[in-house]
Design a binder for this molecule. Structure first.
Ligand code: NDP
Length: 300
């Protein structure tokens, strides 16, 4: 039987709708508007596109959106100064510094200068530690989006075997922590894993976050497993015209969809959930800052 396609685009629209409703109530009942500040250093085209769409969706859900666009040669001291201002601005509840930063800036130093309670990307060392010890934290947006889709599809994940392929700080590791938090038995695979096919074949849940186009074939997938494809890879697509490209994930969609029970497509799977979770995190940060109840179903 063909796999159920987990429609991340529709699910993300639903999450943004829930965020917008909550924002409306916050404004009407508390006179509070959640605020998100995005800091972009330099002119990386992909980063510019992300920042533009983050700003647009922030406004669409009724939040205040602030953008700081800085020159590529901005000094570390100037960048830290802006973050300090945002840390102490009570109208800003979430701060995101778009990565990657230009080479002369120390990414760890910059991220760890964001107030942890405003770190809506969940990359601050305090949030990493809180997540790792099962305490209330800001959770990285992409893994949070994957978790929401898995919970929505399965209900409880307790006791399931999960394999996360990839051990990056922004996707693989926090994803594994979240699955562990939901009582999965978790294996983290990476480039040195021996017999990856065999490891993946045991999994009820496969999360692929590698950055290698279509590397997971269908014959690695246990029949009925759920496949979450985080990968975003651009391949040449001469059939669409000269210079055209197409997006593919880290799993070979056709062969995996023939075996899996459920699968996320690329595009239209995990990608749209990432910005929706950024907005959800900003709302959560705002509620926490004001001592209010957190929105149901929008946190880990
Ligand atoms: P990284 O490059 O930081 O990490 C990739 C991981 O994959 C590493 O842990 C690496 O192992 C592992 N890996 C590489 N080759 C293999 C292999 N042959 N077999 C097994 N594991 C391997 O990538 P990210 O985590 O940042 O991103 C992963 C993918 O997700 C990318 O395609 C990225 O574009 C996408 N992405 C999508 C987002 C979204 O919103 N949908 C958000 C963020 C990322 P090792 O540690 O041993 O080197």
């Amino acid at each position: 039987m063909a796999a159920t396609v987990i429609d991340g685009k529709a699910f993300a629209a639903k999450v943004r709708g829930q965020v917008a409703e909550h924002v409306t109530r916050l404004k009407e009942e508390q006179g509070i508007t959640p605020g998100l500040a995005v800091v972009l250093v330099g002119e990386d085209p992909a980063s510019q596109v992300y920042v533009r769409s983050k700003g647009k969706m922030t406004v669409e859900v009724g939040m205040k959106s602030v953008e700081h666009k800085l020159d590529a040669d901005t000094s570390e001291a100037d960048l830290l100064g802006i973050i300090e201002q945002l840390n102490s601005d009570p109208s800003i509840h979430g701060i995101l510094v778009q990565l990657p930063l230009p080479k002369h800036l120390d990414e760890d130093l910059v991220i760890n200068s964001i107030a942890p309670e405003k770190d809506v990307d969940g990359f601050h060392i305090s949030n990493v530690g809180l997540l790792g010890t099962g305490q209330k934290s800001m959770v990285p947006c992409t893994p949070l989006g994957c978790l929401m889709m898995l919970r929505d599809h399965h209900g409880s994940l307790s006791g399931m075997d999960a394999v996360v392929i990839g051990r990056s700080n922004i996707v693989g590791k926090p994803m594994a922590q979240l699955l562990l938090g939901d009582s999965c038995t978790v294996t983290i695979a990476h480039s040195r894993t021996k017999d990856l096919a065999d490891v993946v074949r045991r999994a009820d849940i496969v999360v692929a976050a590698v950055g290698r186009p279509e590397m997971v074939p269908g014959d690695w997938i246990k029949p009925g497993a759920t496949v979450i494809d985080v990968g975003i890879n651009r391949l040449d697509a001469p059939e669409k015209g000269e210079g055209k490209t197409r997006l593919v994930g880290d799993v070979d969609y056709e062969s995996c969809a023939a075996v899996a029970g459920a699968i996320t497509p690329v595009p239209g799977g995990v990608g749209p959930m990432t910005i929706a979770c950024l907005l959800a995190n900003t709302l959560t940060a705002c509620c926490r800052a004001n001592g209010l109840a957190e929105p149901d179903g929008l946190t880990a």
